[in-house]
Ligand binder design. Structure first.
Ligand SMILES: Cc1ncc(C[n+]2csc(CCOP(=O)(O)OP(=O)(O)O)c2C)c(N)n1
Ligand SMILES: [Mg+2]
Length: 343
């Protein structure tokens, strides 16, 4: 992990990632595996016609699980606000979400707690945990996050905002850096970029005038770091330090995690396995076997159990009710049917 250090900002000391205790490794691995199996089930559902579109985070589990474990979960400004990405299912699971709820959103049934069957996969929203609705228009979360961060300047909670690499070309990303770094009015916001080196089919190379996206933070006096987001121990250590810095100093931090995109962009590009990317789950499994924390047989058993559980759950979700036509205008800002007869 490398950090920028400008004399005008408070330095963050970052050391090589320590090995985590076996118990923590197991907790992280188990959540990474559950998240991976969940994405596989969602893709299967899409391919079976039990959903209209899939987008998600296979390849980001090593970063997104530690994030979910380390945030201060709760409601209101004294807990952390999360403005997440459409690849954040592993963060939700690490925070304690039920994976079956993600299947419900995929199937667009009324029991989907995130959007009541109205949005597609990966579009989470949990008021009790300050998880602000995930947006389909990319990058707008960075300018929305300024609002919660401003409300938290004197609170215990911080704002966490996360998005992809290509989206940083949008003005919202710059807007966030401007508002977060005003001298004397800095905001407690952890800006995260999960860099998978693609924006749909456009490669990172050739799109940016700097080496790393986090380099842009330096011009604003924002502390920055680039980490291997495929390494859960490195991610855990970096996130812990960055979160503590933002919480204690009430200043912004820009963390760029290099991650993989194991199933392409979305179902629009087929959602098939990409062979030449690092698989963080497989890599962590090798480490755990080497350290004698798990055996291959135990890993295989866990995978089989979680796969079977979600296969059964998907069958059940298929029988759950769709939203009724009468409920079409519930949960929206406009109280009247603006396109219907009562207009
Ligand atoms: C404002 C806006 N422009 C374009 C799109 C279409 N779009 C959806 S995802 C995407 C690429 C995003 O790439 P990146 O920010 O790197 O995130 P990734 O999907 O790679 O995680 C684009 C251009 C959109 N959803 N919103
Ligand atoms: Mg990308």
């Amino acid at each position: 992990m490398s950090t920028s250090s400008r004399p005008t900002t408070h330095p963050v000391s970052v050391s090589a990632p320590p090995r985590l205790a076996a118990e923590t490794c197991l907790q992280i691995y188990d959540l990474m595996l559950r998240a991976r199996v969940l994405e596989e089930r969602l893709i299967t559902m899409y391919k079976q016609g039990d959903g209209f579109f899939w987008i998600g985070g296979p390849g980001e589990e090593a970063f997104n699980v530690p994030l979910g474990l380390l945030v201060d979960k709760g409601r209101g400004v004294d807990h952390d606000f999360l403005h997440l990405h459409y690849r954040s299912a592993a963060t939700l699971l690490a925070m304690g979400a039920d994976p079956v709820d993600a299947l419900r959103q995929m199937k667009n049934v009324a029991s989907d707690p995130y959007s009541k069957g109205r949005n597609f996969a990966g579009h989470f929203s949990v008021r009790e945990w300050n998880i602000v609705p995930v947006t389909s228009p990319i990058e707008v979360q960075y300018s929305i996050a300024i609002g919660t961060a401003r409300a938290q300047r004197k609170a215990k909670g911080i704002t966490v905002v996360q998005g992809g690499d290509a989206g940083t070309a949008e003005g919202d990303f710059a807007t966030c850096m401007v508002w977060a770094s005003r001298k004397g009015a800095e905001l407690p916001v952890l800006m995260i970029v999960t860099n998978n080196r693609y924006g749909i089919s456009t490669p990172y190379a050739g799109q940016h005038g700097y080496e790393q996206i986090s380099d842009r933070g330096k011009a604003f006096g924002i502390q920055t770091a680039v980490i291997d987001g495929n390494d859960p121990e490195a991610s855990y250590a970096a996130l812990k330090q960055a979160i503590a810095y933002v919480r204690n100093e009430k200043r912004p931090f820009l963390l760029e995690a290099m991650v993989s995109r194991l199933r392409g962009h979305s179902s629009a590009s087929g959602a098939n396995l990409v062979k030449d990317e690092i698989d963080c789950v497989a890599r962590f499994e090798e480490r755990l076997i080497e350290r004698q924390i798990l055996t291959r047989a135990e890993i295989d058993r866990r995978r089989e159990t979680y796969t079977n559980e979600l296969a059964e759950a998907a069958k059940h979700v298929r029988t759950e009710a769709q939203p009724t036509p009468e409920s079409a205008f519930d949960y929206i800002f406009a109280e009247r049917n603006l396109v219907g007869e009562d207009n």
